[in-house]
Design a protein around this ligand. Structure first.
Ligand code: IPE
Ligand code: IPE
Ligand code: MG
Length: 232
């Protein structure tokens, strides 16, 4: 592939509709969606994409029915355990970013362990955004910077310095953002970091988004002309 994005991000949407279309409970869509995560991660690693990030659960998703929230958290826990050996075998680093204070102690402990154990892997990094929202990220960055810096240094902050206070510090901004299921919005995702990201929207529901669909999005990215405000 000619122009490869360094960081691909996905708003994985449409699990509920996928299940409903089959007359099943929403949870079946989430379960099937895990298979899409596996497929896209495998394809990203094969293609040599360095960062694959996934919007798995937004701060707003806490407002879903308690039963669905619990199911999603349990699924996260189970999937991490299931995928651990694969990640080690395939040299994948695993990272979770978001408002970790809202996650259970057990889940936080499992996430810490998984992040530590895979920290030295360097083929592809998978970032799972859990209990994340873009506005929350910007707010926590602003508060952290205000607490750490003198008023003068705070006033002198530039955009590149501010990057270091976001939870994504050290991770390049996404080159390509995919959203499945036909919704044309960002839903409070990477607001700051997507300033110059290329967007790719598809009607395909997340459980149906597999290697072939992923590759199509990467190919489309290769045809984009990124100008960053300049004249070419
Ligand atoms: C995406 O699928 C998964 C999460 C947001 C956790 P949805 O659960 O939003 O599925 P739809 O949009 O209702 O079809
Ligand atoms: C966005 O999907 C969040 C995730 C994919 C985790 P939603 O289904 O929650 O978004 P809205 O509510 O349709 O904007
Ligand atoms: Mg949705």
């Amino acid at each position: 592939m000619e122009i490869l994005p360094q960081h691909v991000s996905i708003i994985m949407d449409g699990n509920g509709r996928w299940a409903r279309a089959r007359g099943k409970e929403r949870v079946f869509g989430h379960l099937e969606g895990v298979e899409s995560v596996r497929a896209c991660l495998e394809e990203a690693a094969t293609l040599g994409i360095k960062y694959l990030s996934l919007y798995a659960f937004s701060e707003e998703n806490w407002n879903r029915p308690q039963a669905e929230v619990s199911t999603l958290m349990e699924l996260m826990m189970k999937s991490m355990k299931n995928e651990f050996s694969n990640m080690m075998k395939n040299n994948i680093r695993f990272v979770v970013l978001g408002n970790r204070s809202r996650l259970s102690e057990g889940l936080n402990a499992a996430i810490d362990k998984m992040m530590e154990d895979t920290a030295a892997n360097n083929r592809t990094t998978i970032i799972v955004f859990l209990s994340y929202s873009g506005k929350w990220d910007i707010m926590q960055a602003m508060k952290k910077a205000a607490a750490e810096l003198s008023p003068e240094a705070f006033q002198a902050l530039g955009p590149e310095d501010f990057d270091n206070y976001l939870v994504t510090a050290g991770i390049p901004d996404p080159d390509l953002l995919i959203r499945t299921s036909g919704e044309l919005r960002i839903s409070n995702y990477l607001l700051w970091q997507s300033a110059y990201t290329e967007f790719y929207f598809t009607d395909v529901l997340w459980p149906d988004f597999r290697k072939e669909q992923f590759r199509q999005a990467i190919e489309e990215y290769g045809r984009r002309d990124r100008r960053y405000g300049k004249v070419k």
